[in-house]
Design a protein around this ligand. Structure first.
Ligand code: GAR
Length: 306
């Protein structure tokens, strides 16, 4: 029998969304996650490899009414659809040779081309959030914003998300006072949305190890100074106070130490005579809106390849 596509089904049709999200999470951090399938899907197992673009389903998939050996590829992102290829091999066996999705370089390239599934955090105006959305729309960044989370109800970022039709959640720090608890909720929301990479685009709260370890090396911040200069609050005011002639913005990976993680990209901005906070902030933000999408576009999704 010829190899071919037997069916394309939403992932949720085969797995409970919660189970799929957990499996992807395990697969991101470990070699593989093995999920037993039970009725009504049939009997068998699903293996999420460390190469998390690929998934194999081995066993009898009874819903097709005949013996079927199925190999599945997550073709569009981590949660979009399954392509189930039918072939002549015996079903119900393990160890029948490597899954081509894990060995064929063209399949691995496909993983790189899959849109980055982003989660974004913002506290205020949200101009960087919207710059990301625009870069995606313009085709400059191959990504998809799965969800925005804000901590200030009704803030500009929330209004922008609503206008753009991007899912938005509010986690008000005045109601969730414990930082770790708020971060745990962020992790829960983003994982439920299969977010791969989280961007702090003007998130004005200190984050805890709960979020940092929940998205280890996949939590990115933008800061309005040339780090390591002027960490922390009001970096623009600090630069003006120090009388520097050049400042800028930095995109970096977030670690537990504030504004001290590995730098991904920077842009320099001159401080002009007569600048005040507003004029300098405007000049820095123009660069931020270019730098952030560019930095994300340059990322290699190594977590997909292990
Ligand atoms: C941006 O300038 C960003 O660099 C800064 O907040 C602003 C948010 O603007 N972030 C920090 O200061 C973090 N320490 P936006 O809401 O218009 O994107």
């Amino acid at each position: 029998m010829e190899q071919g596509i037997a069916a394309v089904q939403p992932l949720q049709a085969l797995f409970k969304p919660r189970l799929a999200a957990d499996a992807l999470d395990v697969a991101m951090h470990h070699d593989r996650a093995v999920i037993p399938l039970g009725p009504p899907q049939g009997h068998g197992i699903a293996v999420y490899g460390k190469h998390i673009n690929a998934m194999g389903v081995v066993g009898k998939t009874l819903q097709f009414g005949r013996s079927l050996h199925a190999e599945a590829l997550l073709s569009q992102g981590l949660n979009q659809s399954l392509e189930i290829g039918e072939d002549s091999r015996q079903d119900g066996e393990m160890g029948h040779g490597p899954n081509p999705a894990l060995t064929d370089p063209s399949h691995n390239n496909r993983a790189d081309q899959t849109p980055l599934q982003l989660g974004v955090m913002a506290s205020g105006n949200g101009s960087n959030f919207e710059a990301l959305a625009q870069a995606i729309q313009a085709g400059d960044l191959n990504a998809r914003i799965q969800r925005l989370v804000v901590n200030n109800p009704g803030c500009g970022a929330q209004q922008r998300a609503e206008r753009l039709g991007i899912p938005v959640s509010v986690l008000d720090h005045r109601l969730i006072k414990d930082r770790r608890e708020l971060d745990a909720e962020l992790v829960r929301l983003f994982r439920a949305d299969r977010v791969e990479l989280v961007v702090m685009a003007g998130w004005m709260r200190i984050v805890t190890e709960v979020l940092v370890s929940g998205f280890s090396d996949r939590l990115i911040n933008i800061h309005p100074s040339l780090l390591p200069s002027f960490r922390g609050l009001d970096a623009i005011g600090q630069a003006l106070q120090a009388g520097v002639k050049v400042t800028g913005c930095t995109v970096h990976i977030v670690t537990e130490e504030l504004d001290a993680g590995p730098i991904l990209a920077q842009a320099a901005v001159p401080v002009l005579d007569g600048d005040d906070h507003a004029t300098l902030a405007k000049r820095i933000q123009e660069q931020e809106h270019l730098l952030l999408p560019k930095a994300l576009a340059g990322l290699k999704p190594t977590w997909r390849q292990g």
